[in-house]
Ligand binder design. Structure first.
Ligand SMILES: [Cu+2]
Length: 159
């Protein structure tokens, strides 16, 4: 009987071990993405409001001092990690939410601009009716201030 040559089998990708590694990697990626999504850390720029924080102010700010005629309320605030805070400007001036040193007595201090803050609403600030949100994923105590009115300062305790 004549033997017909078998067509060459397609090359196996990388064997079963390689396949399992790929499947494992895909599963891990899916789990991480779902976990981040559940924690609200994915798509942080969406419009879902977080825990509200009032940025208030009256007058000309020439004598702006926290807890009298301008500031962040409530402060301090205690939240669970994974919670997003949303600061809303209800005053007539622009303000910033800018992380600063971890010492309450020196926050804000005059070196705060050198800190490379981990959260910062931006040097342009946000104006009346606008909001700035930041999701806090890591437990700790955070301090922040307003770059325009350094007497405005706040504290966030993340558990
Ligand atoms: Cu301000």
């Amino acid at each position: 009987m004549e033997q017909t040559p078998k067509p060459a089998e397609p090359a196996k990708p990388k064997g079963r071990k390689g396949l399992y590694a790929v499947i494992g990697a895909v599963v891990i990626i899916v789990v991480v993405v779902v976990a981040l999504w559940a924690a609200g850390l994915l798509f942080p720029t969406n419009n879902t409001p977080g825990t509200p924080l009032n940025v208030y102010g009256t007058g000309t700010y020439t004598s702006c001092s926290n807890y009298s005629n301008c500031g962040f309320d409530p402060s301090p605030i205690t939240i669970a990690h994974g919670t997003k805070l949303t600061w809303t400007n209800n005053s007539t001036s622009a303000h910033t939410v800018t992380e600063c040193t971890s010492s309450s007595s020196s926050c804000p201090d005059f070196d705060a601009t050198a800190l490379s803050p981990s959260f910062n609403s931006g040097s342009a600030g946000f104006t009346n009716g606008q909001s700035y949100s930041y999701p806090f994923s890591t437990a700790g105590t955070y301090y922040y201030y307003c770059q325009f009115h350094p007497d405005m300062h706040g504290k966030v305790i993340v558990t």
